[in-house]
Write a protein that binds this ligand. Structure first.
Ligand SMILES: C[S@@+](CC[C@H](N)C(=O)[O-])C[C@H]1O[C@@H](n2cnc3c(N)ncnc32)[C@H](O)[C@@H]1O
Length: 164
């Protein structure tokens, strides 16, 4: 079984308890990373899970996630898909957000290239990853300019811009 199938199954099987177990933890990360950020539309949430970020920000956004069961918990319609192969046109989004998702990838390179492709010029990309997987962020500087780096709870977070 591929890594992605295992990851999808892991999140499918825990979707029912996800918000209760992680809701407060994730909300604290959203608050810490986004309090000073101007969220320009259109907005994309990569690895949106159960859609808690959209509920927190109360801003229209598209979410994409590989786990159908996580998406089913979302109050809004989102897209079932893979961060490494995004079904969006070039230069589509002014803001791209991703909380605690890319540690699930073998390497962040393919995802970062995809984000660079679909992020508009002067766009903002806010990305967090569980801090024990911080090494997955090494490739970020190849594609984006780092505006800010923060510890947020159990994650390391970066505020990035496409201007590179
Ligand atoms: C820890 S959860 C975080 C969910 C959400 N961002 C939040 O703040 O609650 C990680 C999410 O990433 C999704 N995910 C993992 N690998 C993915 C991939 N290759 N493409 C899309 N989503 C993926 C999982 O299904 C899961 O919903």
């Amino acid at each position: 079984m591929s890594d992605k199938t295992l990851i999808r199954e892991k999140y499918d099987s825990t979707a029912g308890i996800y918000n209760e177990r992680y809701g407060d933890i994730q909300e604290e990360k959203y608050h810490q990373m986004l309090q000073d950020i101007s969220i320009k539309k259109p907005v994309l949430d990569l690895g949106c899970g159960t859609g808690m970020l959209k509920e927190f920000l109360k801003v229209p956004m598209i979410g994409i996630d590989i786990s159908f069961e996580m998406l089913k918990k979302s109050k809004e319609k989102n897209v079932l898909g893979d961060i490494e192969k995004l079904p969006f046109k070039d230069n589509s989004f002014a803001t791209i957000l991703s909380f605690t998702a890319i540690q699930n990838l073998d390497s962040a390179d393919a995802a970062l290239l995809e984000v660079k492709r679909i992020l508009k010029q002067k766009g903002t990309f806010v990305l967090t990853v569980l801090n024990k997987f911080e090494g997955k962020l090494d490739a970020v500087e190849k594609y984006f300019k780092i505006m800010e780096m923060k510890i947020c709870g159990e994650d390391v977070g970066l505020v990035l811009t496409s201007d590179k």
